[in-house]
Design a protein. Structure first.
Length: 328
């Protein structure tokens, strides 16, 4: 893959006034970070004949098909333009907000969650987020993104004056400003977010305020966490039912087995057999996700056994067991 002359980390000079990007031995999400750094740099890309699956073999993972998803969803071939960069900024901001909510609740990214909700103020914003929705879902590990249009009453926003910006300018009028702002409704807040300003009557005097003069937050919903950055709001469903929990356990096993493969010096194409010591907390999770685990780890056979003399001890959440693998 080559890019026209510009500045970016991890590049080496190659002939004909271009740069070559040196792909390291990519770990999870590193290639996504590379894409974001490319997009932020504004570099124009020449046609890329191979997508990232050349470096990562896992099917349907974010890193296996990031570029193909970009091409399919956005129609980008030879040029990363302002339109694409704007869409990717949505992907970055939404992913960052969602991951911050996971961290706040101490929910690991390997644990799948059901849904995030995002209020949208226009059809353009809706289309731009939809264009990168698959990337976001893979990055933050959620099943669904719901975009809320119009006057949705699911996410209720509150507004209050930003005393840091308004206090020095309007000191003695702050009480009057607070009273007027407290009466603003959802439509007023939406208009403020869309236009970036609002005209209010304070003591019979008309004053135009900027968006930065206010703090707008969304109320938490039971079973959800809400975060916002500027005018962008993300609500994350943090309820983990049994199916989601089982899927999360299966992903933990995939991670542990992949680490064992690496530590054992196996080739990426080596087939293996997997043996797991019985633990009542894992039986349903493995039975319901056995094909996924076998596919991700190249396991021909996966068995839960009563006793296991050798292998690696692992523990996470409520699980404590042992895993043994051998190459076929």
């Amino acid at each position: 893959m080559t890019v026209k002359k510009g500045k970016i980390r991890d590049l080496e000079v190659c002939p004909f006034f271009c740069f070559k990007i040196k792909f390291p031995n990519l770990n999870t999400q590193e290639d996504f970070a590379l894409w974001l750094s490319l997009l932020r740099s504004g570099i124009k890309l020449n046609t890329i004949r191979k997508n990232l699956s050349s470096w990562r073999k896992t099917q349907n993972s974010l890193s296996s098909n990031t570029f193909q998803k970009l091409k399919d969803a956005i129609g980008a071939n030879d040029l990363i333009n302002a339109d694409l960069e704007r869409k990717m900024k949505y992907a970055q901001k939404i992913s960052s907000l969602t991951l911050s909510l996971r961290a706040k609740e101490k929910i690991k990214v390997r644990q799948p969650l059901n849904k995030i909700m995002i209020p949208v103020s226009s059809s353009n914003q809706k289309n731009e987020i939809q264009a990168v929705s698959d990337l976001i879902k893979n990055e933050v590990n959620v099943k669904e993104i719901e975009l809320l249009e119009g006057g949705s009453d699911i996410l209720v926003k509150k507004i209050k004056p930003n005393f840091k910006t308004l206090g020095p300018k309007y000191g003695r009028l702050m009480k009057d400003i607070s009273n007027v702002v407290s009466k603003l409704n959802a439509e007023d807040i939406k208009k403020l977010e869309q236009t970036g300003n609002i005209e209010l009557a304070i003591n019979e005097k008309s004053i135009i305020f900027e968006l930065s003069d206010f703090e707008i937050v969304s109320q938490d919903i039971e079973g959800w966490l809400v975060a916002h950055e500027g005018t962008l709001t993300v609500a994350l469903d943090i309820v983990i039912d049994k199916n989601l929990k089982d899927e999360g356990i299966s992903r933990e096993f995939v991670s542990k087995i992949q680490t064992m493969r690496k530590n054992s010096g196996f080739e990426v194409t080596d087939r293996i057999n997997v043996y797991i010591k019985h633990d009542s907390n894992i039986v349903d999770a493995i039975d319901n996700n056995v094909n996924y685990i076998k596919s991700e780890t190249l396991a021909e056979d996966l068995k839960i056994v009563k006793d296991l003399n050798d292998g690696d001890e692992i523990s996470f959440d409520d699980v404590k067991t042992k895993i043994s693998i051998n190459k076929i």
